[in-house]
Design a protein around this ligand. Sequence first.
Ligand code: SF4
Length: 346
Amino acid sequence: MFSIPDIEQRLSALGANTAHRERVLRHWVQALPLTQGRRKLDHFLPQAVRDALPELMADLDGLTRLVEEHPGADGSARLLVALRDGQTVESVLLPRDGLCVSSQVGCAVGCQFCMTGRDGLIRQVSSAEIVAQVALARQRRAVKKVVFMGMGEPSHNLEAVMEAIQLLGTVGNIGHKNLVFSTVGDPRVFERLASGPVKPALALSLHTTKPGLRRELLPRASRLTPQEIVEAGERYARETGYPIQYQWTLLDGVNDGDDELDAIVALLKGKYGVLNMIPYNSVPELPFQRPEWEKARDLARRLHQRGVLTKLRDSAGQDVDGGCGQLRARAAPPQRGRTIPIQSAD
Ligand code: SF4
């Protein structure tokens, strides 16, 4: 489970300087074959690095292994990806060269409508394993956007996710606004994201305007209220120039009523952001239902009329939270998460 700094140290021990390290990492994360630019590489890298390169690349390629691929009708494909210790995570190839990656095996937030949340946190995904999901996807198709909306809560694995974002936004050749950090909202996130050299775009999962209902639906999210989350999001959006993507999984009869509509208008009207409403994908194991498309469209239309930029989206697999974790749940018997302490900022 090594990290990106571990890879850099391994290269440094062989005599690589910053430019050498970046060249090797670029080859890996961009999935360039070692034969590409071979002469330049041979000329450029110290002999010890060249000698060690095949073994290092084999180790990096071995971080992830594709177990299953499930293509969708819209050009997306869900990938079940095995890590070196046999744990599995999901990545989703999205239409228009996007990729959704996982940042944890399991998740401690325990959202009531999410398969990943059922088993708790099993382990963190290292920064190298996050980037390896991108390298694996790039062996199949171009990746120009990476969203952290797969399994896990990125704010609970913050340093590893930020290491991956730093690499992807530099030698990984992904535009900073095309890196999307998605979170249920944690006070540490707003400060940490704003302080890095690569500032990603931010998606905030709201799901409801009601603090009590939110605590029920997202039992181990931070205690920030929806109002506080939006205030912090607004500051980040103004600072970076990227609008916030507010995520709202529509659950029939739970968070799609007129009471929510009025409160959403009060909360989001005039804010620098867009509200993405995604009708839930029902799964047999969980009690929530998907609202009728017509009902969802009417809600989105009325919000739009009242001044909230709202997009109703059918899932490409990545951001219907109830869909996340299904492949893994089907492929492996449920594994109860050990209780791994999460540094809480509450
Ligand atoms: S929806 Fe996201 S934050 Fe909630 S339990 Fe699932 S993976 Fe974790």
